[in-house]
Design a protein around this ligand. Structure first.
Ligand SMILES: NC(=O)c1ccc[n+]([C@@H]2O[C@H](COP(=O)([O-])OP(=O)(O)OC[C@H]3O[C@@H](n4cnc5c(N)ncnc54)[C@H](O)[C@@H]3O)[C@@H](O)[C@H]2O)c1
Length: 252
């Protein structure tokens, strides 16, 4: 059977380890026939991913806190594999001390850092990605329901996710001239490295799973399968949208 991403080259940004949502995307996209390119934050992340990512996958360093790093990484990718057909952006960061207590505790500097890494990085990925993306391309980012609801301890990351979802809509409008689509997946809570930064994250995951329609949380693979759909020609009618992949948690 031919996969829905056969012949497509896709950049995945944000695999840290085997629990990463980006790794669920890696597995799903590979199964659908895509050629994958990874970007990683730093040497520590590279050592982590080298343990399980096949050797023939191109890996390029990219700390997104500086837009020029995104440009440099994408230049390297273009020089090595040529144009691409899609990007998965699975990156977010806030200082751990801002993921507890009250939103009023956060200072401007850490607020700006969270916005730069979690929101502006999508703008950078779109800005430099569009210059090397084939017509019909697709960009997918990962968001969370804390953008719409006041989730305990999520605080400035919730505000960042609201900005990210708005960014998706503006980019979708702007990149339409090149027939590039931009969408977000709002994933249910899953235990990953990023989530462990949120105070009482176990409780958050427990409550989230309880509210899933069948009492079971979503898996990284289920998130990845939806990402594969959004990157494929099967979803050409889905533009600038946020799709919940959370086993119905947001309904309850
Ligand atoms: N885990 C969840 O419950 C959940 C739910 C909804 C949305 N999300 C979102 O999914 C995305 C991926 O997170 P995850 O949960 O898989 O955790 P993760 O820790 O596995 O991935 C986060 C990634 O962000 C990268 N990153 C952080 N700062 C960076 C920087 N300056 N430059 C480059 N990369 C940087 C890390 O290296 C890591 O690979 C995030 O946007 C997160 O908010 C997660």
């Amino acid at each position: 059977m031919t996969g829905i991403l056969e012949g497509k080259k896709i950049i995945i940004m944000g695999v840290a380890n085997k629990r990463s949502l980006a790794y669920g995307c890696f597995q799903a996209l590979a199964e659908q026939g895509a050629q994958l390119i990874l970007t990683y934050q730093n040497e520590r992340m590279k050592r982590s991913i080298d343990k399980f990512i096949p050797e023939d996958v191109l890996e390029v360093e990219c700390d997104v806190s500086e837009p020029e790093n995104v440009k440099a990484a994408f230049d390297t990718i273009k020089a090595t594999v040529g144009n691409v057909d899609g990007i998965i952006h699975a990156i977010a960061y806030a200082d751990p001390e801002d993921l507890s207590g009250q939103t009023t505790d956060a200072g401007l500097e850490s607020f700006e850092k969270a916005q730069a890494i979690s929101v502006y990085s999508l703008i950078s990925a779109a800005k430099y990605g569009r210059e090397m993306m084939n017509e019909g391309g697709s960009i997918v980012t990962l968001t969370y329901m804390g953008s719409e609801r006041a989730v305990p301890n999520y605080n400035i990351m919730g505000i960042a996710k609201a900005g990210l979802e708005s960014t998706v809509r503006y980019l979708a409008r702007d990149l339409a001239v090149q027939n590039i689509r931009v969408n977000a997946i709002s994933a249910g809570a899953i235990k990953t490295l990023a989530v462990t930064g949120v105070k009482d994250y176990n409780k958050l995951i427990e409550i989230s799973n309880e509210r899933a329609v069948n009492g079971e949380g979503v898996t990284i693979r289920e998130v990845g399968d939806t990402a594969a759909f959004l990157l494929s020609p099967l979803s050409t009618g889905v533009v600038g949208d946020v799709i919940y992949v959370d086993k119905g948690t947001h309904l309850m």
